[in-house]
Design a protein. Sequence first.
Length: 71
Amino acid sequence: MSFVDDSIPTIYVGYDPREDLAYNVLKHSALKHTSGPINVYPIKQDLLRRIGLYRRAWQLGSSALPSPVDP
Protein backbone atom coordinates (compact mmCIF):
# COMPACT_ATOMS: atom_id res chain seq x y z
CA MET A 1 0.00 0.00 0.00
CA SER A 2 1.41 3.37 -1.04
CA PHE A 3 0.65 6.58 0.83
CA VAL A 4 1.83 8.77 -2.05
CA ASP A 5 -0.36 9.21 -5.12
CA ASP A 6 2.06 8.61 -8.01
CA SER A 7 -0.05 10.74 -10.34
CA ILE A 8 0.62 13.88 -8.25
CA PRO A 9 4.08 15.50 -8.57
CA THR A 10 6.06 15.22 -5.34
CA ILE A 11 8.78 17.47 -3.92
CA TYR A 12 11.06 16.14 -1.17
CA VAL A 13 12.86 18.89 0.75
CA GLY A 14 15.76 18.60 3.18
CA TYR A 15 14.43 19.73 6.56
CA ASP A 16 16.27 21.32 9.47
CA PRO A 17 14.12 21.99 12.56
CA ARG A 18 16.12 25.19 13.13
CA GLU A 19 14.83 26.39 9.75
CA ASP A 20 11.17 25.40 10.07
CA LEU A 21 10.01 28.78 8.77
CA ALA A 22 12.10 28.37 5.59
CA TYR A 23 10.56 24.94 4.94
CA ASN A 24 7.04 26.29 5.43
CA VAL A 25 7.70 29.28 3.14
CA LEU A 26 9.01 26.93 0.43
CA LYS A 27 6.02 24.62 0.82
CA HIS A 28 3.54 27.52 0.73
CA SER A 29 5.23 29.02 -2.33
CA ALA A 30 5.29 25.69 -4.19
CA LEU A 31 1.60 25.10 -3.46
CA LYS A 32 0.67 28.67 -4.42
CA HIS A 33 2.52 28.71 -7.75
CA THR A 34 1.45 25.35 -9.18
CA SER A 35 -1.49 24.87 -11.48
CA GLY A 36 -2.48 21.56 -9.92
CA PRO A 37 -2.06 19.53 -6.77
CA ILE A 38 1.44 18.64 -5.53
CA ASN A 39 2.84 16.84 -2.51
CA VAL A 40 5.60 18.47 -0.46
CA TYR A 41 7.36 16.30 2.12
CA PRO A 42 10.25 17.12 4.46
CA ILE A 43 13.29 14.84 4.58
CA LYS A 44 14.10 14.79 8.30
CA GLN A 45 17.63 13.68 9.14
CA ASP A 46 16.79 12.71 12.72
CA LEU A 47 14.10 10.31 11.46
CA LEU A 48 16.44 8.86 8.82
CA ARG A 49 19.06 8.27 11.55
CA ARG A 50 16.53 6.58 13.86
CA ILE A 51 15.45 4.12 11.18
CA GLY A 52 19.03 3.44 10.09
CA LEU A 53 18.97 5.06 6.65
CA TYR A 54 21.49 7.81 7.48
CA ARG A 55 24.68 7.11 9.39
CA ARG A 56 27.10 9.87 8.37
CA ALA A 57 29.09 11.23 11.33
CA TRP A 58 29.18 14.94 12.16
CA GLN A 59 31.83 17.13 13.73
CA LEU A 60 31.85 20.74 14.84
CA GLY A 61 34.01 22.85 12.56
CA SER A 62 34.95 26.50 12.44
CA SER A 63 31.51 27.47 11.15
CA ALA A 64 28.40 27.74 13.27
CA LEU A 65 26.98 24.57 11.71
CA PRO A 66 28.33 21.03 12.04
CA SER A 67 30.10 19.58 9.01
CA PRO A 68 29.78 16.02 7.69
CA VAL A 69 32.83 13.82 8.18
CA ASP A 70 33.82 11.89 5.07
CA PRO A 71 35.42 8.49 5.64
